[in-house]
Structure formats: C-alpha cells, structure tokens
Design a protein around this ligand. Structure first.
Ligand SMILES: C[S@@+](CC[C@H](N)C(=O)[O-])C[C@H]1O[C@@H](n2cnc3c(N)ncnc32)[C@H](O)[C@@H]1O
Length: 281
C-alpha cells in the first residue's frame, strides 16, 4: 500500500503535477471511499480493482484532466459541489466575492439576489447557505450547466430558495424571464480575451466549457451587456458584485459607472490581483 501510494505520487510528480502527494491522497481517498482529511495511507487495504481504478484516474490526471472533474466534486467555500465538463471548476478566488456578498446582504438585510452565469451554482448556493431568508434567481445560457446547479441545490437542500432560468444576457427578452428587481446582483461572467484562450493551461482550455471562458475581443463583452440589463432590475441602494480578470477591474468599474452605478470597493484575491468589483446603485 505504502509503495503503491508512493509510486502514484511519483507518477504525478514526474508529470509536473505541483501538489502530487496531496492529489494522490485525494485520489486514494476517493477510490477507497474514505474522508481525505482522515486518510492514512498505511491503513486501508487496496484491492486489485481499486488499484486499477487508482491507476486509471492517475493516468487521466497525467494527461491534465482536472482532478476535480475526475472525482466529480470540488470543495468551494463551505460546501462540496458536483462538477463535470459542463461547468467551470469553481475557483478559490471566487470565494472572495461570496464572502463580500454575504457581509453586504447581512448588513442591509437584503432579501433577493440574482446570479448571472451560475455554472455549478457555487456562488448563489454558498451565499444562500449562510443567509437565512434570502431568495435567489440563477441564470445560465447552458441547460447542461443548469442541470448541475440544480443537483447541487438539491444536495444542499436549497432548491426551495433558488429559481433557475435558462437564457442569455444578450437575449432581447431576458428581462421578461426575471423578477422586476433584485437587492443584489452577483456575476462571474466569461472574461478571458478570445486571443488569450490558447495560452491557458490544458486543464482549463480543454476541460472548462468555452462558454465559461471566452469574454470576446477584450474580455469585456459580457460586462457591457450585464451593466445595461442590471441597471433596469437593481433595487435603489442595491449592490452588484462582479469577478473580473487580471487588469480588468478599472475598465469594469468604468463600464458600470457609465450605466449609473457608483464604485463601492475593489477587493484583491489571494494573489494580490484586483478581483472583485463592488458597485452600488
Ligand atoms: C466563468 S463561468 C462562472 C460559473 C460560476 N458562476 C463560477 O463562478 O464558478 C461563466 C458562466 O456564464 C455562463 N454564460 C456565458 N455566457 C452567457 C450568457 N450570454 N448568458 C448567460 N450565461 C452565460 C456560462 O455558461 C458559465 O456557466
């Protein structure tokens, strides 16, 4: 067992996987159906079938499949979310937006929230989990992504407090599918400039949906449209919290100021990059 664990760690390391031992532990824990936090590789026996499954997952990881999509789950904020190739893998940096939204919603006793581009549902479901009495609408263009988000809502027993809407913010009739007003709007839209997509890691460019990545020529297409529709449905005194890409915070701020929003705050991510843009109506 120890030798086998070691050999899997070595395989991952040689393939350039940064945190090889940690990932090996997650793969073993998954296959042996153990809690990764309490997993001691010297304890459980590994059957021949389990060894084959571990080797199969390791091989795919070496080929740069994202680990979370091989395991079908990703920890985000306080919860575990189902993920697959139909949704963006939730990123730790997005937790900054979630924490800021929770604190604003609690401070103002807000009751309604809209998430534009929900993917796995990780943003609104994490917020709902922390704020009693809040209700959410979550929009995505992708029916397949919405199916994942609905499963996550069921798993977290939050389905009664969230409504899912399939549609595009570029649709002319999008507002007719939404409520008249929301206290808070959150969004992590696609923001990678089209020409930069080829430079992304294999894990991202081949396993996150292109719909979740491509933000058009300058990466800002979605913000421009979201600013136009948000001003129609945000309550007076409401807030909008947006995730942005590297070097985009200032441009995003200006796009929203042009539509009548006022800058509230810009928050940095764990890598000291301006990541979360918060504006007020
Ligand atoms: C960057 S991902 C964010 C997913 C999730 N909110 C998260 O933070 O992990 C952007 C999401 O927006 C959706 N999307 C892209 N273009 C859209 C559009 N025009 N209208 C609605 N949703 C769109 C994608 O399908 C994807 O799920």
């Amino acid at each position: 067992m120890t030798d086998f664990f070691q050999s899997i760690t070595e395989k991952l390391k040689s393939a350039g996987i940064e945190d090889a031992k940690f990932e090996a532990r997650l793969i073993f824990a998954f296959v042996l159906n153990q809690d990764a936090d309490n997993f001691y590789f010297s304890c459980p026996e590994v059957s021949k079938e389990q060894q084959a499954q571990i080797l199969e997952i390791t091989q795919k990881r070496i080929e740069h499949f994202p680990l979370c999509k091989l395991l079908g789950k990703k920890g985000f904020y306080k919860y575990e979310f189902i993920v697959n190739e139909d949704v963006l893998s939730p990123r730790p940096d997005t937790e900054i937006l979630v924490e800021a939204a929770i604190s604003i919603i609690k401070e103002h006793s807000f009751k309604t929230m809209l998430d534009l581009g929900t993917g796995s549902g990780c943003i609104p479901l994490s917020i709902l989990g922390d704020v009693e009495g809040l209700k959410a609408t979550a929009v995505d263009i992708s029916e397949k992504a919405l199916n994942v988000a609905k499963k996550n809502a069921d798993n977290l027993s939050l389905s009664k407090r969230i409504e899912f809407v399939q549609g595009s913010w570029f649709d002319e009739d999008i507002l007719s599918k939404l409520n008249k007003s929301y206290d808070v709007i959150v969004s992590n839209p696609p923001y990678i400039p089209s020409q930069d997509i080829l430079e992304l890691s294999t894990e991202v460019k081949e396993h996150d949906p292109m719909l979740a990545l491509d933000g058009g020529k300058d990466g800002l297409d979605s913000y421009k449209r979201i600013a136009q529709i948000s001003k129609e449905i945000i309550s007076d005194g409401g807030f909008i919290l947006l995730e942005g890409g590297i070097g985009q915070a200032y441009d995003i701020e200006k796009i929203f100021e042009k539509e009548g929003f006022t800058k509230h705050k810009i928050l940095k991510d764990y890598g000291n990059i301006d990541r979360c843009i918060i504006l007020k109506k």
